[in-house]
Design a binder for this molecule. Structure first.
Ligand SMILES: O=c1ccn([C@@H]2O[C@H](COP(=O)(O)OP(=O)(O)O[C@H]3O[C@@H](CO)[C@H](O)[C@H]3O)[C@@H](O)[C@H]2O)c(=O)[nH]1
Ligand SMILES: [Mn+2]
Length: 342
């Protein structure tokens, strides 16, 4: 099957979608799933010529029904609704303030092409290859790398990076308002087994068949005590599950150009509980072991939901609600994706 029939591009948005003009040569062949956040009566203009579906809050309520509360409102977490309704094997998700970056030879970077390369080649989570991704052209496994591990494992997640405005939290943005990332590092790395990372939803791709149900972006935004930890939550949960199931996560290339810094003061209000909660949440995920009986992503995710309820509930009643949200998400995933492996 042609790749264009196997990948959807998911964009959460509260803005206009002019940024798509610059991506036209790369995105036009693909199907876009646009998740319009905020006021559903607002009209979002999509540049002509793109093949897309646009879902607003009313559509989410209609499609997800009495479990629609598990899809966040007024937070980029709403993007995971797009993952739910896609019927494709691969997802690329990008923010509406991200543009085509240039490589050091001033060529436009085809971010999608690099994500696909990352996902279609194996990952090496068990031993670190000092020349980075051994499957890239011009690289291989270095001397001393065990031959028994050179087949690697399937790659489930490709996490891309950002030129110009990096993915900083509010306090870092506040103390470094003028910092811009101009450093292009020509590397793709597998994140080792047992190591967590801060996954950013701005420029990432994943294999929906391998890890889709773990890509729940949590309960964030309106009506919740925190926001902007949506991608972090999905990153922690999905990495624990990838490690358990023998799947790989890569980070590095491709870069996109992130143009707009969101307001650090607004962000601080949304993030502040997450900033101190993460000091407990991350050790919780670091010590989490899933049982041998959990052999599918959905089973792992449901087990993780109960561990969240038991292990994080003492921090705040929010975590019991989040655990309920995780269960509701899986039930919704199963209802909308009846052929997905249980
Ligand atoms: O309530 C909202 C706010 C935003 N969006 C859409 O989500 C993405 C990212 O928003 P934005 O560019 O404002 O935020 P950044 O701080 O630059 O992005 C990072 O923060 C994340 C955590 O939430 C996000 O995953 C990162 O990429 C844009 O497309 C907005 O239009 C929304 O849908 N609802
Ligand atoms: Mn942004």
């Amino acid at each position: 099957m042609a790749l264009v029939d196997q990948l959807d591009i998911v964009i959460p948005t509260i803005r206009n979608l002019d940024f798509l003009e610059q991506w036209r040569p790369f995105f036009q062949p693909y199907h876009l799933i646009i998740v319009q956040d905020g006021d559903p009566t607002k009209t979002i203009k999509v540049p002509p010529g793109f093949d897309y579906e646009l879902f607003n809050r009313n559509d989410i309520e209609r499609i997800v029904g009495d479990k629609a509360w598990c899809i966040s409102y007024k937070d980029s977490a709403c993007r995971c609704f797009g993952f739910l309704v896609s019927k494709k094997r691969y997802i690329y998700t990008i923010d509406d303030d991200c543009f085509v970056a240039k490589d050091p030879s001033n060529e436009d970077i085809n971010a999608l092409e690099q994500h696909i390369k990352n996902l279609l080649s194996p990952a090496t989570p068990y031993i670190f290859n000092t020349l980075y991704d051994p499957y890239r052209e011009g690289a291989d496994f270095v001397r001393g790398y065990p031959f028994s591990l050179r087949e690697g494992v399937p790659t489930a997640i490709s996490h891309g990076l950002w030129l110009n405005i990096p993915d900083y939290d509010a306090p870092t943005q506040m103390v470094k308002p003028l910092e811009r990332n101009t450093r292009y590092v020509d590397a793709v790395l597998t994140i080792p087994k047992g190591t967590l990372y801060p996954m950013c939803g701005m420029n990432m791709a994943f294999d929906r068949a391998l890890i889709g149900p773990a890509m729940y972006f949590g309960l964030m935004g309106e009506g919740q005590p925190i926001g902007r930890y949506d991608d972090m939550w999905a990153g922690w949960c999905s990495k624990v599950i990838c490690d358990h199931l023998g799947l790989g996560v890569k980070t590095g290339l491709p870069y996109i150009y992130h143009s707009k810094a969101s307001n650090p003061f607004t962000n601080l209000r949304k993030e502040y509980k997450g900033i101190f909660w993460q000091e407990e949440i991350i050790p919780f995920f670091q010590q989490t072991q899933l049982s041998k009986d959990s052999t599918s992503v959905t089973a792992c995710y449901l087990e993780l939901a109960e561990k969240v309820r038991a292990g994080l509930g003492h921090i705040d009643p929010y975590f019991a609600k989040l655990a309920d949200g995780m269960v509701a998400w899986i039930e919704t995933w199963q209802a909308l994706n009846p052929d997905y492996e249980k």
